[in-house]
Design a protein around this ligand. Sequence first.
Ligand code: AMP
Ligand code: MN
Ligand code: MN
Ligand code: MN
Length: 282
Amino acid sequence: MGNKALPSICYDLHSHSTASDGVLSPTELVQLAAENGVDVLALTDHDCTDGHAEAAKAAAVASIRFIPGIEVSVSWRKRLIHIVGLNVDRDYAEMQHGLSELRIKRERRAEEIGVKFEKIGMPDVYEGARALASGVLSRSHFAMYLVEKGVVKDLQQAFKKYLQQGKRCYVGAEWASLEDALSWIHGAGGQAVVAHPARYKMSRTLFREFLKDFKALGGEGIEVACSSHNLQEATQMAGYARELELLASAGSDFHSPHNNWAKLGRVHALPEGCTPIWQAWD
Ligand code: AMP
Ligand code: MN
Ligand code: MN
Ligand code: MN
């Protein structure tokens, strides 16, 4: 019997460009995706769709399919959760209005982070981070600046020492509600996906409550295959997807070619029994 496997399509449905905290321009990102064998790429910058037009153009040249996406910062019971939107229409005014408010909050938060650094004797960190951001200003830019200045050895160290919750220069904020984020994504014709679900450090009970809220608001999917998941976590997320009848997504959360654990297009296959989010796409 001819048992040849069908040629599999490579999906990477979570990535960043210089429109937020990625280091490649949308064009460079798409070119690297094509080089790495990605067939379908979603650009999901934080709280912003400014990279879509350029990425769509580059994808047409590179003959890969471009999925316009977004990664919305959400506060759910005081926790920061990221919700990816796939196939969103960037012209949907309510979404753009909501995203612009999030970007204003980001600016305010960045200034406050700057003040915290000033207070511990590093007055130039805000300006330094700002200069590194060509789009949405993120904690990543603070981390990049600290690495550049030799204050820490890598980005993770910067978060661990200064920028993550509970650390000296962390500043909290009230981001979008889950309800608003989903209504923007759905209003823009997209599907909502829980980003890197294993990263939230919630108990199983709490995480199930979150997923139930998400599902009740019409949330469609959950990232099962992603760079920050090990095999056990991917299997666990596949279990939640089956239990709650959520679709499974796959994305690298690529930010930079220098990052060894999140390579563009290098995402594990979905475990058996998952229904891929792209199943119903034309
Ligand atoms: P923000 O959206 O401005 O709060 O920044 C969050 C971004 O920082 C995430 O999207 C990641 O790109 C990055 N980030 C968060 N935690 C870490 C970490 N421990 N190491 C490296 N980057 C991180
Ligand atoms: Mn990021
Ligand atoms: Mn994220
Ligand atoms: Mn991301």
